[in-house]
Design a protein around this ligand. Structure first.
Ligand code: TEU
Ligand code: CA
Length: 553
């Protein structure tokens, strides 16, 4: 594999609205990120991905952009961003922006012009179809946030436009070369400003199977999920290759794709040498629908990494702004503790690929326990989750409980800096509720405690970057160990060194035989140095929920 500058980096996702507010309006801002740059430096972060901060009506929290060339005043100004880029550079921290180009906002001037003249130049930037009341819609696709993907074009009773997400997010027509050129120009404008690259939003949706047609309904409302269409749409590679050539490749920029459902044979094109993207997220564990178990989790992440071995790098996560908190999802409720949070951290972090930390993960932030009222939450996807639950026969209380487990707001509640007012996030009124657990889970209480989750993350990053082990963590082979052993998540990383990650994901001890003797314990989640193995034996006993990262003889 050809070496690239991002291969050994550690990345962090900021959800700016909830990170740190410096002017008391209850909304996190760019200045808040600048103020915390030394926080990232201390933790060991190299790349900061900021969820969208462009001008936006915030119907989908900035994933609905009304001006790609400016910053929303609620987050700051372009000058603030330039300062962030410059201050980041001083600390060797690269800034990655979110690239949202499957759709824009209905308040973007392109869409306004399209409404004014659907047959004109800007009408061709979108998917606009003729439709008369009472007639069937162009197709039965269901939007990701619920309801049809078709909405009446403002000012035109006989026309509809396509939105696969919110109706305030009209899809951009990538078949139109003029639109594609506009997008590449915008991307390069940002790269010229000095950002390190982009996280590329919902990109798999840019290629539609045309002409629009129905797919078998997978719901009783007659609609079909977007996946049914996407499985049939081929040819996205031409767009992605063109975009990479016109933009990222020219700059050696970092690009991480939000990609789902790619086919095996496409992997080298997506993330191989000079692929469309530098890397793409591994969502295999997030996509598990059954009740979570350690074995299911293990099988998903192992399979994902075996699949790309020798081809390219995945980006590893346990959560993001679209998912519940990873510790609440992947750790059984009765086992949730600092020890298991650390264990989960080490398991995903030392896999091949680029580790991403989502804000608050490094202090062990958890989901909300209860949602009393849907109005306490904010996300535009909540109504759909709630209504589907009621539709399937759940009670109101159960539907709210489901939101406490599934809502994207779990990840979006403000960062818990301290146990002070508003968790130290703002001096004003926070835009979204603070998770009541902030009195127990907050940065201030963890900073100076060597056994805290935060310090574990810091040590974990330091271990990955330790010059003695770095090449093994970055380029070493990934070899699962005792894959079929129940509740054991264990693997080898084999490069210059032989490292093993061993996690006993259960409440009973388990004994395992190692392929060789342990030379050195590099990291553990038990506060004492483990004495339950001897250097003369290859057999070790892992205590309940024990994690060991070891160098082998
Ligand atoms: O998400 C795209 C996506 O495919 C989903 O995970 C989506 O969030 C989910 O199905 C909706 O419940 C990206 C962004 O990460 C997300 O925040 C945006 O809402 C979405 O694109 C639209 O821009
Ligand atoms: Ca603010």
């Amino acid at each position: 594999m050809e070496k690239k500058w991002w291969h050994n980096k550690v990345a962090y996702q900021i959800y700016p609205k909830s990170f740190y507010d410096t002017n008391g309006d209850g909304i996190g801002d760019i200045n808040g990120v600048i103020e915390k740059l030394d926080y990232f430096k201390e933790l060991g972060i190299d790349i900061l991905w900021l969820s969208p901060i462009y001008c936006s009506p915030l119907a989908d929290q900035g994933y609905d952009i009304s001006d790609y060339y400016n910053i929303d005043p609620r987050f700051g100004t372009l000058e603030d961003l330039d300062r962030l880029i410059a201050e980041g550079k001083k600390r060797n921290i690269g800034i990655v922006m979110d690239l949202v180009v499957n759709h824009c906002s209905d308040e973007h001037e392109w869409f306004k012009k399209a409404c004014a003249d659907p047959d004109g130049e800007y009408g061709k930037y979108f998917y606009i179809e003729n439709h008369k009341d009472g007639e069937p819609l162009p197709c039965n696709w269901r939007s990701y946030f619920g309801g049809s993907v078709w909405e009446k074009l403002p000012g035109h009773d006989d026309k509809v436009y396509l939105h696969v997400f919110h109706k305030k997010q009209p899809d951009l027509n990538w078949e139109n070369p003029k639109l594609r050129k506009e997008i590449y120009k915008m991307i390069n404008w940002w790269l010229d400003r000095g950002i390190a690259g982009f996280r590329i939003d919902a990109i798999i949706n840019i290629k539609k199977k045309l002409p629009f047609s129905d797919y078998p309904a997978d719901r009783d409302d007659g609609m079909t999920s977007m996946n049914n269409m996407l499985a049939e749409a081929s040819g996205i590679g031409e767009f992605l290759d063109e975009m990479a050539t016109e933009t990222f490749r020219k700059y050696q920029a970092f690009s991480v794709g939000e990609v789902f459902n790619e086919k095996d044979e496409e992997l080298p094109l997506f993330i191989g040498n000079d692929g469309y993207f530098s890397t793409m997220f591994d969502f295999s564990a997030e996509l598990i629908e059954e009740e979570m178990t350690p074995d299911l989790y293990k099988n998903a992440i192992f399979k994902a990494h075996e699949r790309v071995e020798g081809i390219g790098f995945l980006s590893n996560i346990i959560e993001n702004h679209d998912e519940p908190r990873g510790v609440s999802r992947f750790i059984p409720k009765d086992a949730l503790s600092d020890a298991t949070k650390k264990m989960l951290a080490a398991i995903y972090f030392l896999l091949p690929g680029i580790p991403f930390i989502y804000q608050g993960q490094e202090i062990g932030m958890e989901n909300l326990d209860i949602v009393k009222d849907i109005n306490d939450l904010d996300d535009c996807a909540n109504a759909d989750i709630y209504e589907n639950a009621i539709h399937e026969g759940l009670s109101k209380e159960q539907a709210l409980q489901l939101l406490a487990e599934k809502s994207r707001d779990n990840a979006r509640t403000p960062f818990q800096w301290s146990d002070g007012a508003n968790a130290g996030f703002t001096t004003g009124k926070p835009w979204l509720m603070i998770n009541p657990k902030y009195t127990d889970i907050n940065f201030a209480s963890q900073k100076d405690n060597p056994n805290s989750v935060w310090n574990f993350y810091k040590n974990l990053i330091a271990l990955r970057k330790n010059p003695e082990y770095e090449s093994t963590f970055v380029y070493g082979k990934f070899i699962p160990f005792l894959k079929r052993q129940h509740n054991l998540i264990a693997y080898n990383r084999v490069g210059d060194k032989h490292i093993m990650v061993l996690a006993n994901f259960q409440k009973d001890a388990q004994t395992i035989s190692l392929p060789s003797k342990i030379k050195k314990v590099l990291l553990t989640n038990v506060s004492k140095t483990p004495d339950n193995f001897s250097s003369t034996s290859t057999e070790i006993v892992l205590s309940p929920y024990e994690l060991l990262v070891v160098e082998m003889v």
